[in-house]
Design a binder for this molecule. Structure first.
Ligand code: UDX
Length: 439
């Protein structure tokens, strides 16, 4: 099959490379010259484990190309995927659909009869129908098929999520649209991946509902963690006990500093906004958004409390700034709230992150950077883990402590235990466990 992908951002790039690995002939259309130049050389503009090797393999096999020329790319294509960004519109929380509609117009200009126009970008309910309207208005009489194919991949495990998804959702309106998408995803049949074929609106809502539900799960366990800190109990054990109930499941129940990233914050806001507009208020989602914002601020308070009520003049080593490990993505990262709050409270910080440095150097203009956790902790009063990179999971605690002025360890991801921290003589402050004096 010949597939065109418009937009080589996270979703477009991963989808394009994985589709080419399925054996399809893929052309990715990207307007950003810098990105395009990198991709043409086989370089990946984002950090995603394994993606560079998969790209190299498929470039060599001649199955994937990058260009800024949509018209030529469309020749002979079976399907064109819209995978451009839908950022939060400033001011109102709505998804900004400018790029999606612009792409729809460009597709209309260049398409041939019979093509399937698939939206992979996360778009609010009703958008696919609007895309269809724009295209038919521009090219009346030319037959095309609209489809919605939301993407559920996570950064850091994007290839695995794409190649071994729990399900593929396709929203379609015609037998041909369904048939083409089923053929595109046929390689997943071997793994018996369920394909849910439904209508456009349902597919659009599934994506938002799934993300909002996961964000709710995280926010729920975060509040239970606060409760544990007050009354005793260990949130990790609580999550384990809850998760053993198959109706609940154990995943996405890790308490932490609040969710971030390119999807949950943006998609929960957009869902809440749609609900308000159509008078179907999503009160749970609205509460989740508020609680998650407050949590990021509260985490700075937790660090200040751990440091005895003030961080004025204190030196703090921050381990991890990206919104989660195995990505260089800083979008809505809890660190973007916690670090400025601590700075406001008078702390001086040394930051360390295996990937975040390049992306975030301008976001934290007042802080310095260290290459590793030990250097970051030199002369520090406290160490704070914000992101659970593997590099921070197995630290030599004695070595870490030896360089520090005071031995305070705030673990916002629960990657250590009281036992380990007691043995190393740290004052340990995890999430969701009653504070006790470490010896
Ligand atoms: C998410 C969805 O998982 C994915 O299906 C969708 O397509 C895009 O959004 P992603 O943002 O890449 O993926 O990361 P994810 O692993 O879901 O984590 C999102 C945020 O939640 C991170 O900040 C992470 O630290 C946090 N999180 C996740 C928790 O705090 N606890 C958990 O148990 C899980």
């Amino acid at each position: 099959m010949k597939i065109v992908i418009v937009g080589a951002g996270y979703v477009g790039l991963v989808s394009g490379i994985c589709f080419s690995d399925f054996g399809h002939n893929v052309v990715c259309v990207e307007k950003d010259e810098r990105k395009l130049a990198m991709l043409a050389k086989g370089e990946i503009p984002i950090y995603e484990p394994g993606l560079d090797a998969l790209l190299a393999k498929n470039i060599t096999a001649g199955r994937i190309k990058f260009t800024n020329d949509l018209a030529t790319s469309m020749e002979g294509a079976d399907a064109v995927f819209i995978a451009v960004g839908t950022p939060t519109r400033r001011g109102d929380g709505h998804a900004d659909l400018t790029y999606v509609f612009q792409t729809a117009k460009e597709i209309a200009d260049t398409m041939h009869s019979g093509i399937v126009v698939v939206t992979k970008s996360t778009v609010p309910v009703g958008t696919n129908r609007e895309i269809a309207r724009i295209i038919s208005k521009q090219r009346p009489g030319v037959e095309f098929h609209t489809a919605s194919n939301p993407e559920f991949l996570r950064e850091g495990s994007a290839i695995e999520d794409f190649m071994r998804p729990d399900r593929v959702v396709i929203g379609v309106e015609s037998a041909h649209g369904e048939e083409v998408l089923r053929r595109i995803y046929r390689p997943l049949n071997l793994r018996e991946t369920p394909i849910l074929a439904t209508d456009l609106e349902t597919a659009e809502i599934i994506k938002y509902a799934a993300n909002a539900f996961l964000a709710t799960k995280i926010t729920f366990i975060n509040e239970i963690a606060d409760l544990c800190e007050k009354v005793g109990g260990d949130v990790q054990q609580v999550a384990k006990g809850m998760g053993m109930d198959k109706r609940i499941g154990g995943r996405f129940l890790h308490a932490g500093p609040g969710y971030g990233g390119s999807c949950f914050p943006k998609d929960t806001l957009a869902l809440a906004r749609t609900g308000q507009e159509v008078d179907a208020v999503q009160s749970i989602v609205e509460t989740v958004i508020r609680a998650n914002n407050e949590r990021k601020l509260a985490m700075a308070g937790k660090v200040i409390a751990a440091c005895g009520g003030s961080v004025k003049g204190k030196r703090i080593a921050i381990l991890g700034v990206t919104f989660k490990p195995d990505t260089d993505d800083m979008r809505d990262a809890p660190s973007l709230v916690i670090i400025p709050q601590l700075r406001k409270a008078g702390a001086e910080m040394v930051l360390c992150d295996p990937q975040g440095h390049m992306e975030s150097a301008t976001m934290f203009p007042d802080e310095t950077w260290a290459d590793n956790a030990y250097d970051a902790a030199k002369n520090a009063d406290a160490v704070v883990v914000i992101t659970e990179w593997n590099a921070f999971r197995g630290l030599d605690l004695a070595r870490l402590k030896a360089g520090m002025s005071e031995a305070i360890f705030v673990d916002l991801r629960n990657i250590y235990t009281y036992r380990e921290m007691d043995a190393a003589d740290f004052q340990y402050f995890p999430i969701g466990k009653r504070q006790r004096k470490s010896t």
